[in-house]
Design a protein around this ligand. Structure first.
Ligand SMILES: O=c1[nH]cnc2c1ncn2[C@@H]1O[C@H](CO)[C@@H](O)[C@H]1O
Length: 480
């Protein structure tokens, strides 16, 4: 065996860098200066104890907020947010400090220590899960410590806690709290005026974080007025369309927002069939709003995609195109039916893969998604809070990133995880998944991917990429 030859080593190292995300991007002199600055800052943070991506996000949050790298990432134009659920779009802070302070808000505590909210003109009727409703303003007036009171509401509406390891010993515990927090917040955000405001607030929070586009998973659940009037799905679509139009008119640098119709995977096969048919019709009526269709909910306990195959084949049979954006492979249970979702999502011609945490263990599916340019929507904070991974350096997205796999970064459920915008997720991806290898080229690629792999129609996509590039150049020149 020969001895390693320095020039060969150099060549191999450069070859490897060329394979990684953004590795081939020729950086401008200004970008190189920014890169030098970022890498120096990152090196310091990577040497610090604790290293934020290696500890639970709820413990890392304050460290990240103090980070210089984070501050730069907040200013960076990040492109689009392609994987967020609408019930968890607007921050929990806003829900508590704004929405729960509105008049006619009632609260009820359930036997399993969760809460329900409802806005109502009259005293709400008792329900099976809620016998005793109280006017929230009255209850709050009796509280001796307002901050502590609001803090307790925050705990019910999010997964945030000081001791995540004790409170969520495993995935079941985390998911159980997750679903109960969704039920709690649903009472607030399904009040029609709150839904409208929460869309608007969500767009503001993204825009403030230098995000310029959104694709939102939405179940189109019914919304209600104070007098009990109920609105249908069409109302939600129209409201979303109105809010988006107005927001874009007020903020011309924002590209827009589209919906991915989401149905829970605990639904029956016939319910999903009806939902697919309906999605086809809604997409026809709202082509600029409806981007496509997805199935949501925990994969390990819900039905797999294959169970819904009759429903999912419908659009093709009807000769129409309903793009799919399937959650798939949000599991670490290799070889189970849920794990098979990854391949099935590709078989059903999915446009992107939500999470794709299991993709690293599926070489063929990985190859297919790469060839077909099916981007993986990586949500590092979500995967950590829901206990798929504890130290983000071990996240499979790190491998995908080092291979230059098509991927985007998103926040999944910012409200539930106590964040807003995309910068926290970008921090975890850049510092945790990427380590010292990730550079300005990686960030550029991630941001560009989020527009490239969006469902914006071609002319808008090109205009969006050009608008992003102008913001990027301004950002680089301000910091180099
Ligand atoms: O990361 C996720 N994976 C799968 N389903 C999710 C995730 N985040 C939210 N939801 C699902 O979306 C519904 C609210 O719209 C929730 O019921 C939850 O099950």
């Amino acid at each position: 065996m020969g001895m390693p030859n320095p020039s060969q080593r150099d060549l191999l190292m450069r070859l490897e860098v060329s394979k990684q995300m953004g590795g081939d991007a020729a950086l401008t002199p200004a970008e190189l200066r920014l890169d030098g600055k970022l890498q120096r800052l990152k090196e310091r943070e990577m040497a610090a104890e604790p290293f934020p991506p290696a500890v639970h996000f709820f413990k890392a949050r304050s460290l990240i907020r103090a980070s210089q790298v984070f501050k730069l990432l907040q200013e960076m134009p990040k492109g689009g947010a392609l994987h967020i659920h609408s019930t968890s779009l607007a921050s929990a802070e806003w829900l508590v400090k704004n929405v729960t302070y509105r008049p006619h808000c009632y609260i009820c505590f359930t036997w399993d220590n969760s809460v329900r909210f409802i806005f109502s003109q009259r005293w709400p009727y008792p329900r099976w899960d809620c016998f005793y409703w109280q006017l929230l303003s009255t209850l709050r007036a009796k509280a001796s410590d307002l901050n502590a009171f609001d803090e307790s509401l925050m705990r019910h509406l999010t997964l945030v806690t000081d001791d995540p390891d004790a409170e969520y010993p495993d995935q079941n515990a985390a998911w159980s709290k997750f679903e109960s927090a969704f039920i709690a917040s649903a009472g607030l955000v399904s009040h029609a005026p709150v839904l409208r405001d929460s869309f608007l607030q969500g767009l503001h929070e993204l825009h403030q974080d230098n995000v310029m586009y959104l694709e939102l998973r939405n179940g189109l659940s019914k919304t209600y007025e104070l007098d009990g009037t109920v609105h249908d799905k069409m109302w939600t679509l129209k409201t979303f369309q109105d809010v988006t139009k107005q927001f874009v008119a007020d903020h011309p640098d924002f590209l827009g927002a589209r919906l991915i119709i989401a149905v829970h995977r605990s639904s029956s096969a016939s319910e999903v069939k009806a939902a697919v048919k309906e999605a086809v019709a809604l997409q026809k009526d709202f082509p600029d709003v409806v981007a496509g269709f997805d199935l949501v909910g925990r994969e390990d306990t819900g039905s797999p995609l294959w169970y819904f195959r009759d429903a999912l084949e419908l659009p093709a049979q009807l000769g129409v195109n309903l793009p799919y954006f399937f959650h798939a492979g949000e599991t670490d249970r290799e070889g189970t039916e849920a794990d098979q979702n990854i391949m099935d999502a590709l078989l059903f011609n999915t446009s992107r893969i939500g999470h794709g945490y299991a993709l690293a263990r599926h070489p063929l599916a990985k190859e297919m998604s790469r060839q077909r340019k099916v981007a993986v929507e990586v949500c590092p904070i979500s995967n950590q809070v829901l206990k798929l991974v504890s130290d983000l350096r071990n996240h499979p997205g790190a491998v995908l990133m080092s291979e230059g796999h098509p991927m985007v970064i998103s926040s999944d459920d910012p409200s539930m995880f106590g964040t807003s915008g995309l910068s926290y997720d970008f921090y975890q991806a850049f510092v945790g998944l990427g380590g010292m290898k990730a550079n300005v080229g990686t960030l550029k690629e991630l941001a560009r991917n989020s527009l490239r792999y969006s469902s914006l129609p071609a002319p808008l996509k090109d205009a969006g990429l050009a608008a992003w590039q102008r913001k990027w150049d301004a950002f680089v020149s301000a910091h180099s």
